[in-house]
Design a protein around this ligand. Sequence first.
Ligand SMILES: [Zn+2]
Length: 301
Amino acid sequence: MRILKWTTIGTVALLILLEAILFSRAGFFDPGFTQGFDQGKTDWVYASAIEEPAAPGEPEQPFEPEEPVIPEAEPTDPEEPEAEPPQSPETPTVTPNDPTTPVRKVLSVEEATAQGILLLVNKQNPIVPDYKPDDLSPVKYYAENRTAASRYLRSEAADQFHRIVEAARDEGYTLVMTTAYRSYGFQQILWNNYVAAEGAEAAARYSAKPGESEHQTGLAVDVTSPTVEYQLTSSFGETPEGIWLAENAPRFGFIIRYPQGKEHITGYLYEPWHLRYVGEAVATEISSNGLTLEEYLERKQ
Ligand SMILES: [Zn+2]
């Protein structure tokens, strides 16, 4: 019995020794062995390897989860200034396939001329710098201390403007213009000044970028009166002159171009002082239906 007992103990000890030798040869304590065995441990092993700073001259770790995501997002960013084609004042270009804004169609001199008095110029329909009406005519009734270069309207519009001022005068109201025709270059100076003062976003709500101003058509005129000290202010719309003007402008072929509540269509805040000549028939239809020029032209298409 005693011999058997010691033999058994000896055998067990021998087996333990053999197992220890075999496992150490198979690499039991080698991290490589644990890869298929304990995934958490494996991750930790790799994580430590990634977090370890690379030695100078060594290539960076080949896999970084964020890396491929960032370069993919960049080309689709519509705000990226590099995505826009280069622009120069002499040759404004259409921005094609820009998802953030409607397609802009820059009107050529020929196209603008062909549209005549229904010429549409706004933020989506800019006009080439070269466009200048060939029938500009001096306006007689204007506020002093404003640039003389803008005291012009297209011939027919000037005549009708004189009639509206005279009709107002006959009823006891004094109306004068501040600015009418503005060249592309003049609008450029105005725009730059507004942007310098308030930033481009604020400026865009009340001022036009060069090429987007209706004043370049020679069909728009800003009107004011002594009751608002010859200023261009929205309160003009509540003065007796402003009320008379809104009621009577259409029969002389003018509309209040930027009415209240239509900023989403015209792109501009309410401007009771900004008249646009479109001819009597169109002006009457626009005003009696509460439309804007954009809405009227869309209906006619
Ligand atoms: Zn104006």
